[in-house]
Design a protein around this ligand. Structure first.
Ligand SMILES: Nc1ncnc2c1ncn2[C@@H]1O[C@H](COP(=O)(O)OP(=O)(O)OP(=O)(O)O)[C@@H](O)[C@H]1O
Length: 347
């Protein structure tokens, strides 16, 4: 069964179309990275899954439960780290966790959770005195309570220092070992690359790509390259390489030992052709280095409106909708109440 299933989900806030016919499935046990620039609709998607916000049309299911009709059932199975948080109260970190553990019928000890998220020495402090990164760590701890089947993490590394970001990766690794599903949004591409099995790229409320990172690289095409170091600079080589299929850019420079270095930006398949062209041109090849597209290049390729890179979607945005939607938290359940405070619902 799919952990998450979104079918033709559209969400409009007044004249803004935050999501436009979103279709997405995340399988159980997957780590799914949800990428997109600011305002792409990532948080709105998560808010719909948690029934903090109602879709204008379409359906959202979590482990087969309709997110809008059965929010309590959904929340029982989901640990959520929301994007931002409301005013954190006078409770200490430990009290906040005790409350969450009780509400979610978790079996953890609060100190164990504090330790897990690197707050072992801070459990007696009022949460409102926490720094941004400490609050983020606590919220992650709250999301982990009760071993949820699905962890939904909205921009999880916001405010975290490098050690916190590493802790977050460990938490995700542990979740995977325990068979949990992880759905997390981010625009920190390196972190997505490090942990995600599959990535979805959201742009203007539409999913412009969804695949493994390797497959996305392959599709994105001319974003990797090859560097060939030669003994002598052959006169004709630059033009020969530039004319090859799949090569988008060529530079010829020299390294520290004054040896000519040919650098070609090209598709993965063209790398071999570049090296062969060097040999064919009679060059004495000393060294060959290849590089893959960084996820950042890939992200730009998919969100720059370059149709050849995306090869996908392209519906027009309907900006004619009206304001006003059903609001969230209609069930008022204890589980819902124990969820971390989130940003405002519909406006
Ligand atoms: N409550 C709201 N009222 C009006 N517009 C909203 C509301 N929530 C989101 N939007 C709009 O919907 C669009 C998508 O926003 P969303 O927060 O989902 O993007 P995001 O991908 O999470 O962005 P970021 O990376 O900046 O957090 C934006 O244009 C945003 O201004």
């Amino acid at each position: 069964m799919a952990a998450i299933e979104l079918r033709d989900v559209t969400k409009r806030f007044g004249t803004v179309t935050a999501l436009d016919g979103l279709d997405l499935e995340v399988q159980e046990g997957e780590v799914f990275g949800f990428l997109g620039p600011n305002g792409a609709g990532k948080s709105t998607t998560i808010d719909i899954l948690m029934d903090y916000v109602r879709p204008t049309s379409g359906t959202a299911r979590v482990f087969g439960h309709d997110a809008q009709a059965e929010p309590t059932k959904v929340r029982e199975r989901v640990g959520i780290l929301p994007d931002g948080y409301g005013s954190l109260g006078r409770m200490t970190g430990r009290e906040q966790l005790e409350f969450t553990i009780e509400a979610r019928r978790g079996r953890e000890h609060p100190d164990e959770v504090l330790e897990r998220v690197g707050l072992a020495g801070d459990g007696d402090r009022q949460v409102r005195t926490y720094s941004k990164g400490m609050a983020q760590r606590l919220m992650l701890g709250m999301a982990l309570v009760g071993d949820p089947d699905l962890l939904v993490l909205d921009e999880p590394t916001t405010g975290l220092d490098p050690a916190g970001a590493r802790m977050m990766r460990e938490v995700i690794d542990d979740a995977v070992s325990d068979g949990q599903t992880v759905f997390f949004s981010s625009h920190i591409l390196g972190q997505v690359e490090a942990v995600a099995d599959r990535v979805g790229i959201l742009y203007g409320g539409e999913l412009v790509a969804v695949d493994s990172i390797d497959a996305l690289r392959e599709t994105a095409g001319a974003t990797g390259g090859v560097t060939v170091t030669l003994d002598e600079r052959p006169d004709t080589l630059r033009n020969a390489v530039a004319g090859l299929r799949g090569v988008t850019d060529v530079t010829v420079d020299t390294d520290e030992q004054e040896r000519p270095v040919v650098d070609a930006a090209c598709t993965p398949a063209a790398k071999g052709r570049v090296v062969k062209a060097c040999y064919d041109d009679g060059a004495d090849v000393r060294d060959v280095d290849t590089r893959e597209a960084s996820l950042e290049e890939l992200f730009v390729a998919y969100t720059s409106g370059d149709a050849s890179a995306t090869g996908s979607a392209g519906r027009t945005v309907d900006a004619t909708a009206t304001v006003g939607d059903a609001t969230a938290d209609t069930d008022g359940s204890a589980v819902g109440d124990a969820s971390p405070p989130t940003r405002g619902g519909d406006e």
